[in-house]
Design a protein around this ligand. Sequence first.
Ligand code: GBH
Length: 494
Amino acid sequence: DHNRDMFRQGRFPDGFIWSTATASYQIEGGWNVDGKGESIWDRFSHTPGKVDRGDTGDVACDSYNKYREDVQLMATLGLKYYRFSLSWTRIFPDGTSASGPNEDGVAYYNNLINELIRNGVTPMVTLYHWDLPQNLQDTYGGWVSEAIVKHYTDYATFVFQTFGDRVKYWITFNEPWVVCYIGYGTGEHAPGIQDERNSTYLCGHNILKAHANAWHTYDKNFRASQGGQIGITLNSDWAEPRDPDLDADVTATDRYLQFYLGWFANPIFSVDGDYPIVMKETVLAKSQAEGLRESRLPQFTQEDVDFIRGTSDFFGLNHYTTRIIEDNVVVGATPGYSNDRDIAQYTAPEWSRAESEWLYEVPWGLRRLLNFIKLNYGDPEVLVTENGRSDGDVTPPVMDDTNRICYYMTYINEVLKAIEEDGVKVRAYTAWSLMDNFEWARGYTERFGLYYVDFNDLNRPRTPKQSASFYSDIIANNGFPEGADVTRTAESMW
Ligand code: GBH
């Protein structure tokens, strides 16, 4: 029973990166000020019925105005790194370089970056955390069209040129799986397209191309002069077979992981590149069974494969939870990403659930996933770019957030084991999130912050939860060294 794994004392390697993350649409607000264009999340949240309680990111945490205060929160925590994302439409209001750059939007990010650096905080910048320019959605259908690859590349080139003298860590995309499956498949996220059959796969195809274009642009034109690193952040749950003695379940579990992480990791990080073989074979067979002549999974040319392979300087990983997988063929099911996998998923009764209905606490899943990455994707340097736990929006607010402390403590301890016992090259850990923010389709009903934000107060005051000082202690001690208070606390909670 891996829930009873031992607690491990010890420090993280020198120079280990401790960070927190946010994303533009989730915190900035200022959705239509100073020349900013409309994004698909502006449109989506303004459409009745799409977000719980009708919440929007119009004001969010008001970080567009309160960024100096945010940087002070980081300084208080002793944070040396901060991961945030750029709003594309603040820079190019209609998504194309013909429409910009919008000087006020550029100034906002210059101010934020300079304020971070003045306070000893290294910026880690995500170019795309889901807020696509609405114009690119309207004109081309968004990520289903290869036409937007060029616009993304123009945007990337501009931000490298403009901010790259000070930004040394770039992340091209946050979680393409979510963009393509939840945005273009289930439609629970913007732009709300429900087409798992084709759009989900087309989206993935174009994001992989856009990512590779941005990486090559940086590599060729900016790396030598700017000396930064550029990679991608993928999300994945870990998975275990329902019956480990049943071949069908073991194979189904691998299929689940290949369709999840492998979909994007295999083209970028594997030796041969391209989509996972099992994904190509399965979607082709499913397509043929429907009477189609070609697979619904688009094909890369050998030139594409070579262009995409090897285009990441690190493996950015967002991880939250684990699933139990069973082989399961649904006869007569609507063809598409979900059903192409032929799986059923479960959780274990002993796993405690966070406020988010998908988020079960399974710390050892992170260690296994890190080992899976080491084994399958060439032992890359891994940056954990998100990990965290939600509370509900309850009165009075939960400030002594023991559950979150426990989550961070156990998951971070598993990262330490992965480094020391398994030799996984984990270089960073990032808590999601610095503060409570707009939790996408859940609006403000789920809170992931180290800082509490009062969304009923126009000033959006931030108040530290207990987990803020706990995380701060971990950072100050660089882990759990023998004799430290934080180590005693951790051991007593384990
Ligand atoms: C991250 O995604 C995001 O990067 C971040 O912006 C967000 O605030 C944070 O998580 C917390 O949610 O039940 O099939 O619809 C996390 C990965 C993957 C979590 C999809 C929710 C729902 C799967 N997400 N998952 S499903």
